[in-house]
Write a new protein. Structure first.
Length: 318
């Protein structure tokens, strides 16, 4: 049984800790994405903690110092989401639905209601097999604020950006590295971006979850024009990529993982040898799921992932 834990301190006067153990039974063949509110007094999905619950039975450990219930949010369809109040010992069952997923409470410790007051499209979700077969994706229905609309109308593409300042002397010549990723799979591809160019490592790397389609990742070091990326490609294999500006990467399915191909001289792809490949997190592909293979089943001690993880953005402002 998997386990993830979080403890939330809302006020200093909160003097009585509660520990809330939530059981999630995922009957799907894809992970379920569950968001956990950070505050009980005014719960919101904004800045929530993400729990990617793999197929099978897993436990989420939550705790507020004065509240015995956890507040969870789940995207259940293209235009719908649920909010759950779960007490200690609460049990949730997740199953496939034609256009999303179904959440069921198996005991009185769980209450489930439709999400009101917040646009369900703002809740991230993980596509299910029925959705993928219908070419439906949660990312295709997202909230479009006035700011996003203005940005999309004034630019040919939106982007995911990070700028890394490693030393105070790295202030003379900034580099901006645009990486084009063409994901030809039906599932997202997970890329880790090293924070330090002089001693790159997947430890504390920035996570980029690249959906199907063509997307841009913007990276930058102040004295280095190449970005270092890590990709889990198989149960026991991973790749390290050095990508210069305008480098183009193509991702395709393989029987037991995924294949990374460099389409120009701006990208070099090598086997990862300095680090155990099983410590690199990955996103299961459709061929793997059908074979009941999961990266988590061949995993070493995972590297820490930065809280500032982000999705790559589609080319063309979509």
């Amino acid at each position: 049984m998997g386990l993830s834990a979080s403890l939330h301190v809302d006020h200093f006067e909160d003097v009585k800790p509660w520990s809330t153990e939530i059981f999630v039974v995922n009957h799907m063949r894809t992970p379920a994405l569950i968001l956990e509110a950070r505050h009980h007094s005014n719960p919101t999905p904004c800045n929530a903690i993400e729990h990617h619950v793999a197929p099978g039975e897993h436990a989420i450990m939550s705790g507020y110092l004065r509240e015995p219930h956890a507040t969870l949010y789940v995207r259940t369809g293209l235009h719908c989401a649920k909010v759950l109040k779960v007490a200690n010992g609460g049990r949730i069952v997740v199953t496939n639905a034609a256009h999303g997923l179904h959440i069921e409470a198996q005991d009185e410790n769980v209450s489930i209601e439709d999400l009101h007051g917040v646009d369900p499209a703002t809740i991230p979700g993980s596509d299910t097999i029925p959705m993928l077969m219908r070419n439906e994706h949660f990312r295709d229905v997202v909230q479009k604020s006035d700011d996003v609309a203005r940005l999309q109308s004034s630019s040919s593409f939106s982007l995911s950006a990070s700028l890394h300042v490693e030393h105070l002397e790295d202030v003379m010549k900034p580099w901006s590295t645009e990486i084009i990723v063409v994901n030809q799979m039906q599932t997202p591809a997970l890329f880790l971006e090293a924070r330090n160019h002089s001693q790159p490592t997947p430890s504390n790397a920035i996570q980029h979850r690249v959906p199907p389609g063509e997307h841009a990742i913007m990276s930058g070091y102040l004295q280095e024009p190449h970005a270092t990326l890590y990709v889990r490609t198989g149960l026991h294999t991973a790749k390290v990529l050095k990508v210069a500006n305008a480098g183009r990467i193509v991702v395709t399915n393989e029987a037991h993982g995924l294949h990374i191909e460099a389409q120009d001289e701006n990208v070099t792809v090598d086997d990862l040898k300095e680090v155990d490949p099983t410590t690199i997190p990955g996103n299961d592909t459709i061929p793997m799921i059908f074979r009941n293979e999961h990266f988590k089943d061949a995993a070493g001690e995972p590297h820490g992932i930065a809280e500032g993880s982000r999705d790559a953005a589609p080319i063309g402002g979509a």
